[in-house]
Ligand binder design. Sequence first.
Ligand code: PLP
Length: 371
Amino acid sequence: MNPIPVNEPLLDGKEKKYLFECIETGWISSEGPFVKQFEQQFAAHMGRKYGIAVCNGSVALDAAVAALGIGSGDEVILPTFTIISCAAAIVRAGAVPVVVDCDPHTWNMDVSQLEAKITPRTKAIMVVHIYGLPVDMEPVLALAEKYGLQIIEDAAEMHGQTYKGRPCGSFGAISTFSFYPNKHVTTGEGGMLLTDDEKLAERCSSLRNLCFQPQKRFVHEELGWNFRMTNLQAALGVAQLERLDEFVARKYHIGQRYTELLSDIPGLQLPVPKTDYAENIYWVYGLVLNDQVPFDAEEAMRRLAKYKIGTRPFFWCMHEQPVFQKMGLFDGVCCPVAERIARRGFYIPSGMALTDEQMERVAIAVREIFS
Ligand SMILES: *Cc1c(COP(=O)(O)O)cnc(C)c1O
């Protein structure tokens, strides 16, 4: 029995051809032509004016927070159910992360709880679309407008998704993407910031490049980082982006097929297929164990590992992270929905290269671990 990995990317388009071009021409650094091409094409795809490519999706968030001038004394609201990168960017900037619980069905930030978290110190809302369904953006946009807050949109899991027909990654002052191999478009490691604001675009690109100055290169007015993406990575990105529609359709098929195969198993909560603002694009296919199931996600994953089926646990809440608790953050915070799904949720193989036969094998194993 061959193992079924939790993720396997598809690299059988023009990736080799474009990579070969980099080697042939000697353009391998961030100065190469694929970087600009990828930035322009990716931004155009998401309906944005400017794209700033960086070396991963986590640093894209660091640069976004810094570019918006968020720092000491500021509060930023974000979902507790997300990746550490979101809260880390806020904490590293010296600002305070304020978390919101999630919706039990969509697993996204419960936007009805947002307004109660806004204080005079709130500077921004970091929106994170989770696992394939977007956050309900309209109420978020209305609150941002009402209270004069910036929006950072973490669209790392949303390449090709839309909210009421508008591309995810086109909302707020800055949106960010990741191109890690489990994302819809991969560059191995990589990320991107998108914005429509020329000044913000300049700030992001300066922060990415150590804040070198055009006139006096080695004289610095501000501290930046080396977050540059290489031409090799961008070459992969250009090739991958050519197939985005196909990739989104493939993931959608995976989601639909899993739902057919798994929906009659008692004790399992499956991803929501659609809401009134979007259809799920199933970035990953998550499962949450109902309370009647006498074991938790860890045990379920252990049992599936015996069938050589790769899984990943759900995110662990930001307010329960030991690193933040040691800093004295999130004292007394309680988010019962996110705490529960973090313990009872995990996802099954969902990569682009997953075959229908593999899905059937996964479904049989999932069924067996419940009997
Ligand atoms: C993958 C991901 C990131 C981080 O991206 P890396 O490229 O792995 O640093 C950030 N936010 C979300 C929501 C993600 O899924």
